[in-house]
Ligand binder design. Sequence first.
Ligand code: KG4
Ligand code: ZN
Length: 338
Amino acid sequence: MRILGIETSCDETAAAVVVDGVMVESSVIASTKDIFKAVGGVVPEDAARRQLEYIIPAIRQALSDANVTQEAIDVIAVTKGPGLLGSLLGGTTAARVLSSVWQKPLVGVHHTFGHLTSPWLAPNPRPNFPCITLSASGGHTDLWYRTSHTKGTLLGRTRDDAAGEAFDKGAKLLGLPYPGGPSIANAADAGNEAAHMFPVALRNEDTFDFSFSGVKTALRTALHALPDLDEQARCDIAASYQYALCHQLTDRAAAAAKTYRDAVEVHIVGGVSANRRLRSLLTETLSIPIVWPATLQYCTDNAAMIASGAAFLIEELGESAYAPFDTTATLPLESCVS
Ligand code: KG4
Ligand code: ZN
């Protein structure tokens, strides 16, 4: 089954062609991150306008890179939410029009469900269930125990900021450019992570939840105490802050793996799964296999994961995967994994 995936939930306009949920024939991402770098974050109205500008060229490019025409597409998949409503509407409107004109079935995919299936994209070997999935991006931080793509239990989630948001806000405080994750990671490479001790929230509590607002406040306080920050001191603080964020994520994933002993793998997905220190810390701490998406492009927002998500929704839910859907800014993942 060849699926055209479309993802426009935030500031990326993405289209991809994926066969059987795993084989990526093309993956196009038009990012407006450089435009938003100047203002230090995404401007929703501007992001929505860019979606309209880029969506048709991105779809054309995805078909052309895959060397297929619309006749070869079996299904169209699109992110239905959550995200910025104006941006989402750019993608879902294009998908609805193409579905009607090309006479192809349409599947609405939850954005985070796409992240959860991103480890299935080749060249990764096929991952296994039951698994623990740590899903950490700019909009959410969730910990799941899953026995199939659509069956699972949400073990914990952030009580305040998302992990990616903590990277982005931390970078702003440190005077590093947006998006904050890669900026902090790069600065941290030249820093000493033992230079400062930042708190790891909820460490001794009986919970799988996360909390990142305290560490952000601790960063602000540390920076106030150091008004004349030289380059090395900035890198040291960035490294220590990154360590605190990664430590908390690792701590909860390790606790889940210890509690759910039949889990055979821990999956890490979402933009924050691109973080090298998070990967090394998880590898040092966990004794079961860890799986992350095959490329950095599949960690951050992309349309291949949406096409893959649709394939597994169809595999597990059959006809109901094609049910009509609304485009919505807020949408709990428990609506498709439970
Ligand atoms: O999944 P994603 O592309 O979009 C959302 O669904 O939010 O995640 C974006 C988030 C941003 O907060 C970004 O700073 C973070 O992922 N991120 C990283 C890295 N690359 C992206 N965080 C830490 N380290 C990275 N290397
Ligand atoms: Zn995302």
